[in-house]
Design a protein around this ligand. Structure first.
Ligand code: NAG
Ligand code: NAG
Ligand code: NAG
Ligand code: NAG
Ligand code: NAG
Ligand code: NAG
Ligand code: NAG
Length: 875
């Protein structure tokens, strides 16, 4: 989620080396040693062969690397069965990198009738000491466990598997909370994501600099943790004739009962264990969470989970909360407003009639079996009022789902008007087909990508601009590019709005209109990012069919965003009620319009293309006039401002705004943002905790490549991404969402996702500008093999997937005389241009593949694909 990006108003969205963890390249490259000796004729080792995975080859249970006795990552490693003798005994489990799936345990034996274990999951080791672990992640009801702590009732030996997916973690702890002498033969995850090794992917890259090889591989692993094949992310509700069986999770919203006033909502509920929960008048899918969140706890009979937090959720009590949860998690605030003790037993395994009366103006009365248990005014507490800086979320409704480690059946929901007794809504919750669609809890049916493995498990429209390119170079698995694009368009509203975020599973037609409509006014710049993503995909694959089929939808989406986002006075992007424009997003508007103009030409709409280009030109000129500050010598973040953001400078370049002299000057200002881990995001955050955002830095890398700033670019790759591959308790084998300014840890508390795909720009840069292979015409019919000049690397080699097959390329300096050697093997249907990074006066000889190559007057070499490898050596 880049929600925080341009919204200052929104809160910002250790230890010793783990000796046993294999090196990252080993873990990611399946043991391929990319530091193997160079061969005799070439300064680089042989490029390892692409070895596609066989169906099912890598589907086995993910097992940990190490277990430790106690809450520790050091000391005695355990082999053989894990023994938890007494309540309080704990083992710590390290998978050495992020893994995903349904937690599973093979139970050997235990004393007495049953035992209970509390299991925590986390990407950050330190969170194992927190009672919430690194969660909860209550932003989305997201086909996963909202909570990062889960308790299991162990009643028999054999397999014990969680119902819920845990989206990504490296660490796990298991603590006995009831019983004795529990022996666990093995623990692991039944995988819900692809976990095949790097060599089974079409893309590849390695370099004489091992850090760069490891950095490149972060993207393929992150793709596996954040992109999901159809039917891998499973539904979270079970529906049968008894109603909906719902385990403790963020309440899921109905979209069929919107904005009722002065009503009564009733349902029957049978607690299986622990309690039940529901929400009233909550914003659906929005970045706001107001309205009461009600958690009704049972009397916790004998056999209840021994670790229930009796302070947070006491027995026989109705807890009133608001915000995202009853607990805080960084930019997802949660509030407990009140606790109402109940003077009769809330029994388990029996049906209760729960009645909530919404009187209006914040006032509610709650009844259980017609006995009043609470009366309150949720607004009166003064918390979690709608954030005025975040529009949308105007559609509100009810939602169902209980607190952590509970489960209940719900059925026969009815809403009636208090004014005239009219029935407004009713649903028995027994229909397997319609209920999951209405509440948005259906499993994924298509290819989708999430923002991160563990968190913000929504499909975000704008965050994939970088990661879709990383997929293209790292794996060539374009299903994960076009699939999510189709998915987003399948949820387009009649207004033209393409949802900025959407659920992984299908919803009904009402759901589309309500959910998309509720997020439509937010982050309008995402549509322009999306258009660039589509254009990039089209350029790489030549998928003309997609453009033909989807042009009208893209046009409608663009029209909607334009009408809302471009200020008719200034012609600049105006975000969220802020007049005067925002520089980076204005740059994205220009680029998005130019992208859709190319598509308009292609589908035979030249007039439309010209209109898009005119708007792009007008906006670009306005940006040059209003958002470049001569005194500062840079693009600034708003009209009349002296402050600038990293993205202002970056998008001035990418969108080709102003004069080259102005852009050069702006780049000189980058030095003012320099921190050890790269660049901080702006001049205006002094006094805040500084984090480096690899998403922003990814765009900056692109801009540095455009400007031929090799040294700055290569340094930036190391500064921002090397912390992610350094072996420590914090490495996950995947990309981090944020990096601390000194590069010593992942940026934003436990919230920080450590398998987050948005900042995968280093992988793209390494393939396109360090190896140097990038398309220059649609579908790679023409491409460049043009490494940047002045790289510090001795050699680079790799494979680049194209629709015609794989391009293999390598370059390096000979040990004996330092002469540059370059080799290219291109597939039939492509023509590559080798541009040696040494200047046109340096001569080269063709030493292999003469028949496939032709030297041009300006010192370049044109290589016809399909005729074998061509090698040139500096004379
Ligand atoms: C790991 O991250 C934590 C913060 O989450 C930090 O305090 C610690 O220093 C880091 N440890 C290492 C070895 O990088
Ligand atoms: C755990 O299992 C025991 C034995 O079957 C049972 O009495 C108890 O109610 C169960 N607890 C939960 C929370 O399911
Ligand atoms: C969450 O943080 C807010 C702001 O700091 C605070 O008012 C609120 O009480 C916290 N909620 C909980 C459940 O601790
Ligand atoms: C609830 O509290 C809010 C804020 O104090 C107030 O505006 C509103 O009138 C109250 N509602 C009722 C029904 O008293
Ligand atoms: C809700 O309806 C009741 C019954 O008709 C009425 O007395 C009450 O004033 C209404 N409340 C609001 C806020 O309109
Ligand atoms: C946009 O500007 C470019 C560069 O100045 C110019 O070549 C082009 O004709 C303009 N296009 C339109 C449609 O105004
Ligand atoms: C920029 O960085 C500051 C400080 O690290 C952070 O608080 C803020 O949320 C970031 N802002 C944006 C727009 O990314």
């Amino acid at each position: 989620m880049r929600a925080a990006t341009y919204l200052a108003a929104m809160a910002a969205a250790g230890g010793a080396l783990c000796a046993s963890a294999a090196s990252l390249s080993e873990r990611n490259n399946n043991g391929n040693n990319n530091n193997a000796a160079a061969t005799t004729d070439t300064p680089w080792p042989k490029i390892p062969a692409y070895t596609p995975a066989k169906t099912g080859q890598y589907d086995g249970i993910v097992r940990p690397k190490t277990h430790y006795a106690g809450l520790t990552h050091e000391g005695k490693k355990l082999d053989g069965p894990l023994r938890l003798a007494n309540v309080g005994d704990t083992v710590t489990v390290d998978y050495a990198r992020d893994v995903a799936g349904k937690p599973t345990f093979k139970i050997a034996s235990f004393d007495g009738p049953y035992a209970q274990i509390e299991v925590k999951y986390t990407e950050q080791l330190a969170a194992l000491s927190d009672k919430r672990s690194d969660g909860p992640f209550a932003f989305a009801n997201a086909l996963a466990n909202t909570f990062r702590v889960e308790t299991f009732n162990v009643t028999q030996p054999g397999d014990l598997t969680s119902y819920f997916i845990q989206g990504s973690q490296r660490w796990q702890s298991i603590r006995l909370v009831h019983g004795s002498n529990l022996l666990i033969d093995s623990v692991g995850f039944k995988p819900t994501t692809d976990k095949s090794p790097l060599l089974s992917k079409k893309g590849y890259f390695a370099s004489s600099d091992k850090t760069e090889s490891d950095i490149w591989a972060l993207a393929f692993r992150t793709q596996q943790l954040t992109c999901y094949a159809p039917h891998t992310q499973t539904t979270t509700w079970d529906i049968d004739s008894h109603g909906a069986y719902i385990r403790g999770q963020k309440p899921a919203s109905s979209t069929a009962a919107i904005n009722y006033q002065n009503y009564t909502l009733e349902f029957d509920a049978k607690i299986d264990y622990g309690g039940l929960g529901w929400r009233l008048d909550g914003q659906i899918d929005a970045i706001q969470a107001n309205g009461p969140y009600l958690v009704l706890n049972s009397n916790y009979p004998e056999g209840s989970f021994a670790n229930y937090d009796r302070q947070l959720v006491p027995p026989n009590t109705l807890v009133l909360g608001t915000g995202f949860s009853l607990q805080n998690q960084t930019s997802l605030p949660g509030y407990v407003l009140d606790r109402f003790p109940i003077d009769f037993d809330i029994t388990e395994k029996e049906w209760h009639r729960i009645k909530s009366v919404s009187h209006g103006e914040g006032a509610y009365t709650i009844f259980v079996e017609d006995r009043q248990v609470a009366k309150f005014n949720v607004t009166g507490y003064g918390y979690a009022l709608p954030n005025p800086f975040i529009p949308g979320g105007t559609m509100r409704g009810f939602a169902l789902g209980g607190w952590q480690d509970t489960a209940a059946w719900y059925k026969d929901v009815e809403i009636t008007s208090n004014v005239d007794g009219k029935k407004l809504y009713s649903n028995p919750l027994t229909d397997k087909e319609s209920v999951p669609l209405e509440f948005g809890v259906e499993g994924n049916t298509d290819f989708v990508c999430s923002d991160a493995g563990k968190r913000d498990r929504f499909s975000w429209l704008g965050d994939r601009l970088i990661s879709s390119r990383a997929i293209a170079v790292a794996t060539g698995e374009f299903d994960y590019v076009v699939g999510p694009m189709e998915w987003q368009l399948s949820k387009q509203a009649a207004s033209g709005a393409v949802p900025i975020n959407t659920l992984f599973g299908p919803v009904d037609d009402t759901g589309i209109s309500v959910r998309t409509g509720n997020v439509a006014p937010l982050l309008l710049d995402y549509m322009f990012d999306f258009l660039q993503e589509v254009d990039d995909y089209w350029m790489r694959t030549g998928d003309d069919e997609f453009i033909r089929k989807r042009f009208e939808d893209l046009r409608a989406g663009c029209g909607f965003a334009l009408s809302q986002a471009v200020d008719p006075e200034t012609q600049l992007f105006q975000g969220l009620g802020q007049k005067g424009g925002l520089t980076a997003t204005t740059g994205s508007v220009v680029l998005g319009l130019e992208a859709i103009a190319r598509m308009a030409d292609f589908v035979g709409e030249p007039r439309l293309a010209s209109q898009y280009r005119t708007q792009a030109n007008v906006t670009r000129s306005a940006m040059a006039r209003l958002l470049y500050n001569d005194q500062v010598g840079s693009f600034v973040n708003a009209v009349g401002s002296k402050d600038f953001h990293l993205m202002d400078i970056t998008f001035g370049q990418l969108a080709d705004v102003g004069t080259d002299e102005q852009r050069r000057s702006a780049f000189l200002q980058l030095a003012k943002l320099k921190v050890p881990a790269g660049y901080k995001n702006g001049t205006f955050y002094d006094g805040f905790q500084i984090v480096v955002d690899p998403y922003f830095v990814s765009f900056t890398l692109d801009a540095l490549a455009q400007r031929g700033e090799t040294e700055l670019a290569q340094q930036l790759v190391h500064d921002t991404w090397a912390p992610m591959v350094a072996e420590s308790v914090n490495s996950t084998g995947a990309l981090w969402e944020y990096v601390s300014d000194d590069g010593s840890y992942p940026g934003l508390e436990f919230f920080t996702a450590q398998s987050h795909f948005w900042g995968s720009g280093a992988t793209v840069w390494l393939t396109e500008y360090s190896l140097g292979v990038r398309p220059t015409a649609k579908a790679f019919t023409e491409f460049a093999f043009a490494p940047m000049r002045g790289l510090k690397t001795q050699w680079n080699h790799g494979r680049v997937p194209t629709p015609h097959g794989i391009i293999s390329a390598a370059w390096g300096k000979r040990k004996e005389d330092g002469k540059l050697v370059m080799e290219l093997d291109a597939p039939k249907g492509t023509t590559g241009t080798i541009v040696p990074p040494l200047g046109t006066d340096v001569k080269f000889n063709v030493v292999a593949g003469r028949g496939a190559v032709e030297q041009t007057e300006d010192g370049k070499f044109r290589v016809k694909g399909g005729r074998g490898a061509v090698r040139i050596v500096q004379a």
